[in-house]
Ligand binder design. Sequence first.
Ligand code: AHR
Length: 328
Amino acid sequence: MLKKLSVAVAGFVLLGSALAGCGSSGDDSSGSGKKDGKIVLGFSQVGAESGWRTANTKSIQDSAKAAGIELKFSDAQGKQENQISAIRSFITQKVDVIAFSPVVTSGWDAVLKEAKDANIPVILTDRAVDSQDTSLYVSFLGSDFIEEGKKAGQWLVDQYKGKSGPVNIVELQGTTGAAPAIDRQKGFAETIAADPNLKIVKSQTGDFTRAQGKTVMETFLQSTPKIDVLYAHNDDMGLGAIEAIEAAGKKPGQDIKIITVDAVKDGMTALSEGKINYIVECSPLLGPQLMDIAKQVKDGGTPEKRILTKETTFTQEQAKTELPNRQY
Ligand code: AHR
């Protein structure tokens, strides 16, 4: 009897912690929230792994406020199971619209089907899912990550055009199974295939964090005598790697050329200082468009199935000009 009771209590505690952080952005987190005729939007965020993610969260919270939308914000702390729990909680609360940025691409069909059966439209933001049934979501707003990988690869191809000898590249991948990690790797690899001298000699995940970018780069430096180029799937991992490169007595941007993705302020600062050579932009400012789509869906409209974010690239010179205007 006592054993049964403790199992029940443990289960309750576990459920509670899975839903921790599943509340509104400082407002009311209880009940369906359908007050004042406001649209209620449940949003499940990946976590807070990078400067990009922090800027993305701020954009969504600020835009919800500006649009008069009640936001129920949940931080999944990098765990898919937390996102699934949060989405189920939004369904129970009967929110008007659900949006989320999937930690990984696979494993969403069941919970998306539950939302569809409850007649709650789902908007994907930032990252894709690999569901074959695209009726499980109404729209996908975010970047073209394959294109980002291609832009990074093309810069490298241009740098080494007409030069001879092997170019050893190490790659810091994003979170394993996440859309930006899969696509940035693919786009880059396909593009550098144009020059047989360009070779990826090491490729490992750094989970999009600065700390892991540093740790993995340390192991690359110990195991690989000649590294010419680092391609990091985001600024944060690149910045962590720069610490490792400097600690090894090498000059980032000179001894090792560095390409990253995102263009957050810290990345742009390192680019303008010559420690990074090239950044492919990935904009986190998805909030205003997300709120427009939520309103459109609530009004019975049909948003575009795929809404692409506009993005550019930055050289060291361009970063110097852009830095004072950078919002994030
Ligand atoms: O999904 C977007 C990626 O996720 C960003 O490039 C990265 O910084 C973040 O963690």
